[in-house]
Design a protein around this ligand. Structure first.
Ligand SMILES: Cc1cc2nc3c(=O)[nH]c(=O)nc-3n(C[C@H](O)[C@H](O)[C@H](O)COP(=O)(O)OP(=O)(O)OC[C@H]3O[C@@H](n4cnc5c(N)ncnc54)[C@H](O)[C@@H]3O)c2cc1C
Length: 379
């Protein structure tokens, strides 16, 4: 076995690490407090080629791989997990869906600018009545001449409120009058008449991630906005969500590292009973567990990404990585809070932000319960 990263993967990781330290870390607290959208940071991430790492130059990318992409997501998430989420949704889910299932014309029109980072993508699967049960979609798409007419509401849609978000890929029930339910996917560009954003959600954290409802009222799109194969929309979407799970694992590792680093720093400085609290095993063992679990979770997401790069099945490995890493991250955030004592509750210390931001990682791209369903079904 070879655990060495390639020169290119190391370069991606180190570039992202430096960018995070220099640009994201100094701004993260303020972005969370004000909810200001990080357009300048996105632009610089695009300039470094972060949104296109796993795609070929022809598709607007840099010809890297999924291991490199996820190393980048880990580093960015160490500074700000919601920016890791931006990469997850744009590159790993939406751009990949266009790359794998899109026609050549669709790729040229939508994938190339997305992989180049000048446009951002969103995907709309979740609805008020269809969360974990994604097949319960009620949004409909009805053929009408050369076009499709979409009606319905998607909720909790990441990225779509950014002014540079170009489109949302939505799942919708088709099947017309046959009585047989089919779900297909459609590319709906922003600005299409009949497509509007609902309220921006008032969230517990990730204030600067542009999450909105998407409302479709007689929204007419041309026939060439149909994505992929007929009646395969849901399975196409679930296929790319496997990569989304690896991404959430990488985001969790990045955020857990931030918890670990803050805890180590604080425990070495904070003196109680005449010595740094790091000298109390009750504290240092928490930090030792964090370090070990971070290493384990990283190995898990890298293995899943490596399997993907090598065209090997990775359903289980992606679910293991997502489940373990996101639950590990919650423990790390909780322990980091505990190690900071009362200061952990104060907004001036970053651990309060980490604590608020960790829980969502157990929800998106399939909840922990859904991961356990996926795992148990595949044993
Ligand atoms: C900040 C944020 C960003 C998001 N971004 C996007 C996005 O960009 N695009 C998108 O489409 N969606 C997005 N989502 C939606 C997200 O994927 C869903 O919230 C998630 O899939 C869970 O669905 P739900 O919230 O409806 O919960 P529900 O499905 O109602 O689940 C509620 C609880 O019941 C449990 N549960 C449900 N079914 C079962 C079962 N069969 N067995 C055991 N337990 C079960 C769940 O695990 C959970 O604990 C986002 C959500 C948030 C909060």
């Amino acid at each position: 076995m070879n655990f060495h990263l390639t020169e290119e993967q190391r370069m991606i990781r180190d570039t992202a690490a430096k960018f995070t330290e220099d640009v994201i870390v100094p701004r993260a607290e303020e972005m969370e407090r004000t909810g200001e959208y990080p357009y300048d940071i996105m632009e610089r991430m695009a300039g470094l080629g972060m949104m296109g790492i796993p795609f070929s130059p022809e598709d607007g990318g840099s010809g890297g791989d999924w291991v490199g992409m996820h190393l980048c997501i880990e580093e960015i998430s160490r500074g700000d997990a919601s920016l890791g989420g931006l990469l997850d949704v744009t590159t790993c889910v939406v751009a990949q869906e266009l790359q794998v299932f899109g026609t050549e014309a669709q790729k040229r029109k939508w994938l190339v600018p997305m992989a180049g980072g000048t446009e951002i993508g969103a995907f709309g699967l979740t609805e008020p009545g269809a969360g974990s049960d994604a097949g319960a979609t009620r949004t409909t798409a009805v053929p009408d001449g050369d076009s499709w007419v979409i009606n319905g509401t998607k909720q909790f849609i990441t990225n779509i409120g950014f002014r540079n978000a170009s489109l949302v890929i939505v799942t919708a029930v088709t099947g017309g009058g046959t009585g047989e339910k089919a779900i297909d996917t459609f590319i709906v560009p922003k600005g299409t008449p009949g497509f509007r954003l609902g309220k921006k959600y008032d969230k517990m954290a990730w204030q600067h991630s542009a999450t909105h409802e998407c409302i479709f009222e007689d929204c007419r799109i041309p026939g060439d906005h149909f994505l992929g194969k007929e009646r395969k929309g849901l399975s196409q979407h679930l296929a790319v969500l496997q990569t989304g799970r690896i991404s959430v694992a990488a985001m969790s590792v990045g955020l857990a590292r931030a918890c670990f680093e803050a805890s180590l720093r604080y425990a070495r400085e904070r003196v109680q009973f005449g010595r740094p609290i790091y000298q109390f095993q009750a504290v240092s063992f928490k930090i030792a567990d964090m370090a070990m679990n971070i290493e384990l979770a990283r190995n898990m997401y890298l293995k899943a990404a490596w399997l993907k790069d090598n065209g090997l099945p990775h359903v289980l490995e992606a679910a293991y990585a997502k489940l373990f890493a996101s639950e590990m991250c919650e423990r790390a955030a909780s322990d980091a809070f505990q190690i900071h004592g009362g200061y952990g509750f104060m907004n001036e210390y970053p651990v309060s932000r980490y604590f608020k931001g960790c829980k969502i990682l157990q929800i998106v791209e399939g909840t922990s319960e859904v991961q356990r369903i996926v795992i148990s079904r595949n044993l």
